[in-house]
Design a protein around this ligand. Structure first.
Ligand code: ARG
Length: 458
């Protein structure tokens, strides 16, 4: 009979046991569940709700259960539904009536809220550490490519030349905000729900502040109904992961394009690619493609969480058990991304000559001509028009912009001087972008220094 079976006359049907179990996916909460129970019984004894001897026996038995689970010496049974009941029944098996005191003043509703918060708090800290580690790889690569020039794109069309370091550091910024989002959401995770009971608190004189301190929470929840009903902390957490996965997916798309024959800007290490079973010459950027695919799964988790909570009546509803399936899948996927990308970026071979060749397209410097005209006092819209006409002039004659003579240039740009013919050098184009945040050598070197300091890199 189940632990809750007092009022039941019939056994649960087998398919229903399979339908309702969560042990297959919530067993990973065991350490947090046990930590929560240890704090809870310490408090129960302190408050005189259970004998100190019972608390001591329960706490030491909880440690043993924890060791057994860690060693794989613990058997799971779907009849016991979830991790909470597994741990509790393991206590009762050994301690009998003594163990049966552990659940005093507690419901699985506040217990699961506690466990989930403890678990996601650790996960957030772990993820932030892994993001920092990945940022370091990006910064190291940027540091090595501070002189590497390539075309920057908008609409996937050649736009203006940029430094590869600048491009990589753009991702460092994005992942930094992902870490910030996790740190911010951690504040709302780190609130202690135990003592909320099923929904209404408890008639027992529980010391919630004690448990709060014991488990390192910032504060206790203010409203027991809110505490068992809401999962917005988990939604936020998943949203942060979905945003991070989106960033990984964009980086992946760049790497896929760059490793294509058409771009040929980089080569990913063999360790991150696979071959084709049919075409012997193929080397496919599968890891990056899988990231695009797995990002869809993380979005799916976010959609599942929002949909799961939508329209639920107060307070706890069993629907909420499914929250863990969605969140853990997003978490595992995000952790894999953070494991796979640092070495992939480290081992990526940059084909500087090919990037330089693509950056030599003089059309990339058309904006520089227009800005030179602005310096000469021409209103920008007119300058833009003149350079546009020059681009058309060259296109009609099937020549590159840097092939025109000064006289030819002056047909559309009357203000052009000999200096204009020197504006097609990509290195000069980069060098002139000196303002903060621009792709110039100096502002980019400043960015690298900023991040090295920020990330405590040697
Ligand atoms: N396994 C459940 C969950 O994950 C624990 C809470 C169950 N509460 C209940 N009243 N049946 O949500």
């Amino acid at each position: 009979m189940a632990l809750w079976g007092g009022r039941f006359g019939e056994e649960t049907q087998n398919d229903v046991k399979i339908y309702s179990e969560s042990i297959s996916f919530d067993q990973r909460l065991f350490k947090h569940d046990i930590a929560g129970s240890k704090a809870h019984v310490a408090m129960l004894a302190k408050q005189g709700i259970i004998p100190q001897a019972s608390a001591d026996a329960i706490r030491s038995e909880l440690d043993k259960v924890c060791e057994r689970i860690e060693k794989g010496d613990f058997s799971y049974d779907i009849a016991k539904e979830d991790i909470h009941m597994h741990v509790e029944s393991a206590l009762i098996d050994v301690l009998g009536a003594e163990g049966a005191r552990v659940h005093s003043g507690r419901s699985r509703n506040d217990q699961v809220a506690l466990d989930f918060r403890l678990y996601l708090r650790d996960a957030a800290d772990r993820l932030i550490g892994k993001i920092r580690n990945f940022q370091k790889e990006l910064v190291a690569k940027a540091d090595a490519e501070k002189e590497t020039i390539l075309p920057g794109f908008t609409h996937l069309q050649h736009a203006q030349v940029v430094l590869l370091a600048h491009h990589l550091l753009a991702y460092v910024e994005m992942f930094d905000r992902d870490a910030e989002r996790l740190a911010d959401c951690r504040k709302r995770i780190n609130v202690m729900p135990l003592g909320s009971g099923a929904l209404a608190g408890s008639t027992l004189p529980l010391d919630r502040e004690f448990v709060c301190k014991e488990l390192g929470f910032d504060r206790i929840t203010r409203n027991s109904m809110d505490a068992v009903a809401d999962r917005d902390f988990a939604i936020e957490f998943t949203a942060a992961l979905a945003t991070m996965a989106m960033h990984f997916s964009r980086l992946s798309e760049d790497l896929i394009l760059w490793s294509s024959q058409e771009f040929d800007f980089i080569e990913l290490s063999d360790a991150f690619c696979t071959g084709s079973s049919l075409m012997p010459q193929k080397k496919n950027p599968d890891v990056c493609e899988l990231t695009r695919g797995k990002t869809a799964r993380v979005y799916g988790s976010l959609a599942a969480m929002l949909t799961l909570c939508k329209g639920l009546p107060m307070t706890y509803n069993r629907d909420m058990q499914e929250d863990k399936v969605a969140v853990f899948d997003a978490l595992d996927t995000a952790e894999l991304m953070l494991a796979v990308y640092p070495p992939m970026i480290r081992d990526m071979r940059v084909k500087r000559e090919n990037m330089a060749a693509a950056a030599a397209d003089p059309a990339l410097m058309a904006t520089d001509l227009a800005e030179k005209l602005v310096e000469l006092g021409v209103p920008f819209r007119d300058a833009h028009h003149r350079v546009g006409a020059f681009v058309k002039y060259c296109k009609d004659r099937n020549m590159a912009l840097d092939q025109a003579t000064l006289a030819e240039m002056q047909e559309t740009i009357p203000e052009a001087t000999a200096e204009f013919l020197t504006l097609f050098d990509p290195r000069e184009s980069v060098a002139k972008r000196r303002i903060p945040g621009a792709t110039g050598f100096e502002p980019v070197a400043n960015q690298v220094e900023f991040w090295k300091k920020q990330l405590l890199m040697a």
